[in-house]
Design a protein around this ligand. Structure first.
Ligand code: ATP
Length: 235
C-alpha cells in the first residue's frame, strides 16, 4: 500500500466541480509531481489532502488510515504538511515566529533539531531570523513557507508552486533544497506550472486537465511524450 492513496476524489466550489475523480498515489520517500495549466485543479487537490477543502466524493488514505473527514490540524499531526501557493507567511510576525508556528502541535527536543535543519537548508532564514516576514523578498518568503511546513516534521510534504513568481537564481536554490529534503527520506507531492523543473525533480508525474488526470507515468516517459512536450514543456 502506498503512503498516500487518493481515490476518485471529487471537489466542488458551489456549483463548480473543480475535481472530477482524481486518483493518485505517493510512495513513502518518493517525489511525485502534479502538473497542469491554470485552473486544472492542482491546488484544490492539495487542499483536499490537507483537509482545507472537504472533498465531495472519493477517499484519501494516508499510512493506511482514512483521512477523508479528518480536520486540517489533525492531518498535520498525522504527518502531512502543506507549503501553500502564494506563500501565505504571517507578514507581521518574524521569520522565527513563523517557523515556531509550524511546530505548534509538537513538543520536545526534536523541534530544536528541526529548526537547525531548516536553517541548514535555508541559511538565509537564519540570517533573517528576527526580520518580519512581510519585509522579505518573494523568494525568501517561499523559503520560509517551505521551512514552516518542515517544522511540522512531516512524512509527506505538499509543495504548491514553489517556483511561482521567483527569480531564476532562487528557483535553483529552492529546487536544490527540494532534492536535499528528498534525500532526508521525506515524501514530496510537488504541484507546479513550471513543468520542466517539476519533471526533473520527481520520479513519477500526473498531468491534470480540467479536474481529471489526463496522463500518469514515470517522469522520464512524460518528458518524452509529445503531448506533454507540446502542451507543458514548450518544445
Ligand atoms: P493555478 O495553477 O492557476 O493555481 P490550479 O490547477 O491550482 O490552478 P485550482 O486553484 O485548484 O487550480 O482551481 C480549480 C478550479 O476551481 C478553477 O476552475 C478555479 O476557478 C476553481 N476554484 C478554485 N478555488 C475556488 C474558490 N474558492 N471558489 C470558487 N472556485 C474556485
Amino acid at each position: 500500500m502506498a503512503l498516500l492513496e487518493v481515490s476518485d476524489l471529487h471537489a466542488h466550489y458551489g456549483a463548480i466541480e473543480a475535481l472530477k475523480g482524481i486518483s493518485l498515489t505517493v510512495e513513502d520517500g518518493d517525489v511525485v509531481t502534479l502538473i497542469g495549466s491554470n485552473g486544472a485543479g492542482k491546488s484544490t487537490t492539495l487542499r483536499c489532502i490537507s483537509g482545507l477543502t472537504p472533498p465531495s466524493g472519493g477517499s484519501l488514505t494516508f499510512a493506511g488510515q482514512d483521512l477523508t473527514r479528518v480536520a486540517p490540524h489533525e492531518i498535520v499531526t498525522r504527518g502531512i504538511a502543506l507549503s501553500p501557493e502564494g506563500r501565505r507567511c504571517f507578514s507581521r510576525m518574524t521569520v522565527r515566529e513563523n517557523l515556531d508556528l509550524g511546530a505548534y502541535r509538537r513538543r520536545g527536543p526534536a523541534i530544536a533539531a528541526d529548526l537547525e535543519r531548516v536553517f541548514t537548508l535555508f541559511p538565509r532564514l537564519k540570517e533573517r531570523e528576527s526580520q518580519r516576514a512581510g519585509t522579505m523578498s518573494g523568494g525568501e518568503q517561499q523559503m520560509l513557507a517551505i521551512g514552516r511546513a518542515l517544522m511540522a516534521s512531516p512524512r509527506l510534504l505538499l509543495l504548491d508552486e514553489p517556483s511561482l513568481g521567483i527569480a531564476p537564481v532562487l528557483v535553483d536554490r529552492i529546487y536544490q533544497t527540494i532534492s536535499e529534503i528528498h534525500s532526508l527520506g521525506m515524501a514530496i507531492l510537488l504541484v507546479e506550472q513550471n513543468a520542466n523543473r517539476a519533471l526533473d525533480a520527481a520520479s513519477r508525474g500526473y498531468v491534470l486537465e480540467t479536474g481529471r488526470i489526463a496522463l500518469a507515468d514515470r517522469t522520464s516517459s512524460l518528458q518524452r511524450d509529445p503531448r506533454v512536450q507540446e502542451a507543458y514543456l514548450g518544445t
